[in-house]
Write a protein that binds this ligand. Structure first.
Ligand code: KG4
Ligand code: ZN
Length: 339
């Protein structure tokens, strides 16, 4: 048997410049540079700012990753890169860098799907993924339920958000409550002091799409509720609003994920994306999966958010599966399809 492949993964689809290195299923390095602070005053990621930040951070982050791994580029067997979906300009920086590294080292290039990479990263923590599995990916940019027969192949979208992403809803509601960007961690913290049943916020349903999500009605309901208190000159119970809003989001995310597993006869659920750091989402998912006999796999928060290790993890699986490398004219595809 040949040794496990050393794969370098590059991630630049949003506001994190990530370079990870793995040897098969072993994590060797995970270097990250984030432009999140530069977006804070705008209340959301500004694509142009993100692209410029990637351009500045790319090479230093690569050097840090190789140093962490104790390797040089000559030790790397393949280079994987997020080819989509994501912000077009941001993706271009990573794809162009990956091509340059592949060309200069003579190593194969693998363009990968960012969403599949969020699923593949779990292998680095919990070992090989049982397949098929269902994945719930929830972040500032995506909210998707996926059916994953094999993470190196096409995956099927069972449902996605029709408006705001789950993380976006957290960020917008945090703004309404006067909490800093990105708002998810702040809502999570405030909610611990509050009562999730204090206010009965709506659970949005998408007609004829049982596994899709809608959060814009919820976001508006929270804003109206807060405005009404403010107009009446009453104090806003921030902890209760945060907890009740959070409960509405995690209730729909977990109930639909579990229902998707049951309908498709799948007994493994993987949760990823920045919102997977949410303490209530983790607790409720644990509870509901256990009640339904589903094994829940949630990587630690650092590997749930965008990072290079997840791209390297998927790259290693592709090398092991002897998949065809990508051509050097590989495009960046901001709206990359799943299947
Ligand atoms: O995966 P990620 O780092 O990248 C983007 O999609 O940008 O996810 C960031 C998102 C933000 O919307 C942030 O508010 C949310 O994840 N987030 C959380 C928590 N930690 C981060 N949402 C809820 N609870 C948290 N503890
Ligand atoms: Zn992501």
């Amino acid at each position: 048997m040949t040794a496990a492949p050393v794969v370098l993964g590059i991630e630049t689809s949003c506001d994190e410049t990530g370079v990870g290195v793995v040897r098969g299923s072993e994590l060797l390095a995970d270097a990250l540079a984030s432009s999140v602070d530069e977006h804070a005053r705008f209340g959301g990621v500004v694509p142009e700012v993100a692209s410029r930040a990637h351009l500045e951070a790319m090479v230093p982050t690569m050097h840090r990753a190789l140093e962490q791994a104790g390797l040089t580029l000559a030790d790397v067997d393949a280079i994987a890169v997020t080819a989509g979906p994501g912000l077009a300009g941001a993706l271009l920086v990573g794809v162009a860098a990956a091509k340059a590294y592949a060309l200069s080292t003579g190593k194969p290039l693998y363009g990968v799907n960012h969403l599949s990479a969020h699923v593949a990263v779990d292998r680095l923590v919990h070992g090989d993924l049982p397949q098929p599995c269902v994945a719930l990916l929830v972040s500032g940019g995506h909210s998707s339920l996926l059916l994953v027969p094999d993470v190196t192949g096409p995956v099927t979208s069972l449902g996605a958000t029709v408006d705001d992403a789950a993380g976006e809803a957290f960020d917008k509601v945090a703004r309404v409550l006067g909490l800093p960007f990105p708002g998810g961690p702040h809502i999570d913290r405030e909610a611990r002091r509050g009562d999730g049943a204090a206010i009965d916020f709506p659970r949005g349903v998408v007609r004829d799409a049982p596994y899709s999500f809608t959060f814009s009605g919820l976001k508006t309901a929270v804003a109206r509720w807060v405005e009404a208190r403010q107009r009446a000159g009453e104090a806003v119970p921030i902890a209760d609003v945060a907890a009740s809003f959070q409960e509405a989001v995690v209730d729909v995310l977990t109930s639909r994920a579990v229902a998707a597993c049951r309908e498709h006869g799948v007994d493994t659920l993987v949760i990823g994306g920045g919102v997977a750091a949410n303490s209530r989402l983790r607790a409720l998912a644990e509870e509901r999966c256990e009640a339904s006999g589903i094994a829940l796999r949630t990587p630690p928060p650092k590997l749930c958010t965008d990072n290079g290790a997840m791209v390297a993890a998927l790259g290693a699986l592709l090398v092991e599966a002897e998949a065809e490398p990508s051509p050097l004219d590989l495009p960046a595809d901001s709206s990359m399809a799943l299947a």
